[in-house]
Design a binder for this molecule. Structure first.
Ligand SMILES: Cc1ncc(COP(=O)(O)O)c(C=O)c1O
Length: 439
């Protein structure tokens, strides 16, 4: 629904100050893949149910949903190997195990991430070390270069909100220090940089198929790698710690693959959903990218409104539009004013969010990290003698100046894959109206 208000009925008075809002109907609650679940998903799930065969490795009438999903995923993105798993969080733990991360190691992570990135490192017995972000809102290669050192076992970069940072620079720093690179692409399925799919720049990439992501199987994840040696370990770790033969039977004989698995297999039901969604991904990404870049183009001339640096716009997955305001107070007021103009979804959804409200995405918002909590009574990993090198690492706000500044004056808009031109017009209209008064 577009604005029909005019200057004489209070259109220029901000709705937050009693004026007429740009729109009166909520925006759609955006779950890019979730909103498109339909007949295709039903058909594949129906096949699994009718075959009574929901386990991926064997069964009376196996439908090979997970296998097909993995094969089509590789074809689409150029990954050499892909493995469906139960979640992005599990995928991160599998990545740590595959690379042998443990006590005595540090893993470099950006200050803007998701709590699962930290929990995977901590549960592996290693220490997370914070790296600042730059205007891409992803890991800053200059700070990475300063912090990478003899203790660094891996670098975990996070393609936050659907677009990667400077992957060429990050990958080069890792290569020159002989350190493994993990790409957390949980929020960036379908993204590319200069034609190359995310997840192919590093040693291991992980994706999430949770409901908020580009495509979804409700819960689910994918681990990708170009390396044969790692893939064998990845398969074993997601399962019971051992490889399987062609018939799906465990093979415990390989001494190089006798590990401890975490039971994170993808079921055929999740595989059926994931497969149907994967086939819709190009459509979803192109709709989101179109909406986001139309909005960005039409806001580009507003002085005082900053837009996140995107290194390769043509490869952006489009999921989220991140913007900045000159200072924290203006940012808060701007977000409240946009919401009052009707740029919000149904109750419970978050269409516009001030970065400060973005919970466990910020290092300093994660209490278990700030207070160095442990799952076990002995205080692992913080108390492990091999981790004594990290005794003075701190995680409270103030550790990363770039991150802290962007957190205080940054905000984000979820971009819908089902937005109509009228929805997009309203978003642009509301931004311009609010900016006209506040900037
Ligand atoms: C950046 C990032 N990494 C990892 C994950 C974990 O994925 P999952 O929710 O599938 O466990 C998420 C999910 O929110 C995420 O946003």
């Amino acid at each position: 629904m577009t604005s029909t208000t005019t200057a004489h009925d209070g259109a220029r008075t901000l709705a937050i100050d009693g004026g007429t809002p740009v729109r009166s109907q909520p925006l759609p609650w955006e779950f890019p893949g979730g909103n498109r679940i339909g007949a295709e998903e039903l058909e594949l799930i129906d096949r699994v149910v009718k075959a009574q065969s929901p386990f991926r490795f064997y069964g009376s009438d196996l439908q090979h949903m997970v296998n097909t999903f993995e094969r089509e995923w590789c074809e689409k993105f150029g990954h050499r190997h892909a493995l469906g798993v139960s979640s992005g969080t599990a995928a991160l733990s599998i990545a740590m195990g595959a690379l042998g991360v443990g006590p005595g190691d540090e893993v470099l992570v950006p200050g803007l991430l998701w709590v699962s990135c930290i929990s995977a490192v901590v549960r592996a017995g290693a220490i997370p070390r914070l790296v600042d972000i730059d205007e891409t809102f992803c890991m800053d290669p200059a700070d990475l270069q300063r912090k990478i050192g003899p203790r660094t076992r891996a670098v975990l970069c996070v393609h936050i909100s659907g677009a990667p940072g400077d992957l060429a620079a990050i990958a080069e720093i890792c290569r020159s220090h002989d350190v493994a690179l993990i790409e957390d692409c949980a929020q960036a399925a379908g993204a590319r940089q200069h034609g190359q799919a995310v997840g192919t720049f590093g040693d291991i990439g992980i994706f999430s198929l949770q409901l908020n992501k580009t495509i979804t199987s409700g819960e689910g994840g994918v681990v990708v790698t170009q390396r044969d040696d790692l893939f064998r370990r990845i398969i074993a770790l997601h399962d019971l710690g051992y490889a399987r033969d062609a018939d799906g039977r465990l093979d415990t004989s390989d001494v190089n693959c006798q590990l401890w698995g975490i039971g994170a297999r993808m079921s055929e039901l999740a595989g059926a959903l994931a497969l149907a969604q994967l086939r819709k991904l190009p459509d979803i990404v192109s709709s989101m990218r179109y909406a986001k870049w139309r909005i960005r183009r039409e806001l580009a001339d507003i002085e005082g409104l900053g837009l996140r640096d995107i290194i390769d716009p043509s490869g952006d997955s489009g999921l989220v539009l991140i913007f900045t305001l000159p200072d924290e107070a203006t940012c808060r007021r701007f977000v409240d004013a946009l919401r009052a103009e009707g740029i919000s979804g149904p109750s419970g959804s978050l269409a516009v969010v001030a970065m400060q409200e973005w919970g466990l995405h910020w290092y300093c918002n994660i209490p278990s990290l700030v207070h160095k909590r442990s799952n076990s009574r002995d205080g692992m990993p913080w108390s492990h003698p091999a981790n004594a090198f990290a005794a003075d690492y701190e995680y409270a706000a103030g550790e990363l100046p770039g991150c802290d500044a962007l957190r205080s004056r940054g905000a984000l808009l979820s971009v819908g894959s089902t937005y109509t031109e009228a929805d997009i017009d309203d978003i642009i209209g509301a931004f311009r109206k609010v900016a006209g008064e506040l900037l």
